[in-house]
Write a protein that binds this ligand. Sequence first.
Ligand SMILES: Cc1cc2nc3c(=O)[nH]c(=O)nc-3n(C[C@H](O)[C@H](O)[C@H](O)COP(=O)(O)O)c2cc1C
Length: 210
Amino acid sequence: MKRIISIALVFAIVFAFAACKANTNKETTANSGTASQAQTTENNGKQDTTSSSSKTLVIYFSATGTTKGVAQRIASATGGDLYEITPAEPYSDADLNWHDNSSRTTKEQNDKSARPAIANDTVKLDGYDTIYIGYPIWWGEEPRIMDTFVEAHSFEGKTVIPFCTSGGSGIGSSGKNLAQLSKSGTWLNGERLDVGISDSDLQGFINENK
Ligand SMILES: Cc1cc2nc3c(=O)[nH]c(=O)nc-3n(C[C@H](O)[C@H](O)[C@H](O)COP(=O)(O)O)c2cc1C
């Protein structure tokens, strides 16, 4: 009798262990499915972080890192994803020289039809309902590469919040220009954000634009 009970016990333990392992496998499979989805999106262009449940995307172009820093803080405060617009031809120091009438940026900003190419512009806006879009002010306006970006994407059904950094100039008509060129989405006025903006002022900006 003792022997029968022992055998039954061994079977029960083996069965319980096998059931437990089957469950663990299911979880691993589900998780790796999600992980690989996230990975695929991450590989599109330079989408820095991605989770399929996130509804906010912070898109930015930054030639010297100022706008990037602000964009990262907005993404962190909103729990949003980040996407950097990368020029196909990077801007050199000489390109950025606004004292030079023949520098690349001076020429681009003087030509409203200039559309500098973007490298790997494969970002997907589907699934996001709020989009922050940030850039430095160049000659009082948005860099022309921002025009390239908004003309290439549909913002249909999305709320778009422009923001900029600058040496002091306001956002001016740059947000409106972008709205006009994009022809889609609900564009809010947006704002110039100072590089040293406090956390509470940044949160205020986010709350005002909800
Ligand atoms: C070509 C060029 C033109 C600029 N024009 C202006 C301007 O009209 N007004 C202003 O306040 N700052 C101007 N700036 C300064 C930038 O807007 C400012 O440094 C910005 O924060 C840089 O952002 P980034 O580091 O993300 O590129 C200009 C900078 C460059 C390179």
